[in-house]
Design a protein. Structure first.
Length: 212
């Protein structure tokens, strides 16, 4: 036990480049903290799927990064918005999976991305009932063109705006133009996942072993 403790201590102090080790011992061994999901995997597959998609004209469904940055810094807002984003992209992938031009007998990129969407959902922080208020606010706000300019909006206002855009898209999900727009934006989706609402690590140690 003493030698194991010394090993963990050395890793924590000197950052030995082997594995990221949590300061937790189980059966005398350090438990490595694994990434919740490697977003580069999704980015690579999405790039293959989207490269043949004609860039969609008109307004984007996802907010500009400069606006979305305000959302990603708020854990609850980011979590709630991510759940709706994942829902839309998963829905479109389901509806367009037969159109996968890269489909082979061994590998279907659409099906793989659908599976990835489920994994991403599991990496979103659980917000319990905190999304209900935000979703309700989005529902009762009827205009998609608010008087205040987007660059002057606060995080809550931007979250509501993003939810409205997602809601509008999901209502028209059978529209080919919406599907093309979503598939076009798929290649940058991994950038929107990054933020306070997306777990970087699996947190297996905390959740499985009751360590806080």
């Amino acid at each position: 036990m003493a030698s194991a403790l010394q090993y963990c201590f050395l890793i924590l102090i000197f950052g030995i480049p082997m594995h990221e080790c949590a300061a937790v011992l189980l059966n005398g061994s350090c438990l490595p903290v694994e990434p919740c999901f490697d977003l580069s995997v999704m980015a690579n597959i999405a790039e293959r799927v989207s490269k043949d998609v004609i860039a969609a004209d008109g307004e984007k469904i996802l907010l500009k990064h400069s606006s979305f940055d305000k959302i990603r810094k708020k854990k609850n807002l980011h979590s709630c918005v991510l759940l709706k984003i994942i829902h839309l992209f998963e829905n479109v992938l389901e509806k367009t999976k037969k159109n996968d031009v890269h489909n082979t007998e061994e590998f279907n990129h659409h099906l793989e991305l659908i599976h990835i969407m489920d994994q991403l959902r599991n990496c979103v922080y659980k917000t319990k009932n905190k999304c209900k208020t935000l979703y309700k606010m989005s529902d009762i706000t009827t205009t998609s063109s608010p008087m205040i300019s987007e660059k002057n909006m606060n995080p809550n206002q931007l979250a509501v705006l993003q939810l409205q855009k997602l809601k509008s898209a999901i209502k028209r999900v059978n529209d080919v133009h919406i599907q093309e727009g979503v598939m076009d934006e798929l290649k940058t989706l991994h950038l929107y996942m990054q933020g306070k609402g997306f777990r970087k690590n699996t947190q297996v140690i905390k959740e499985t072993h009751g360590i806080s």
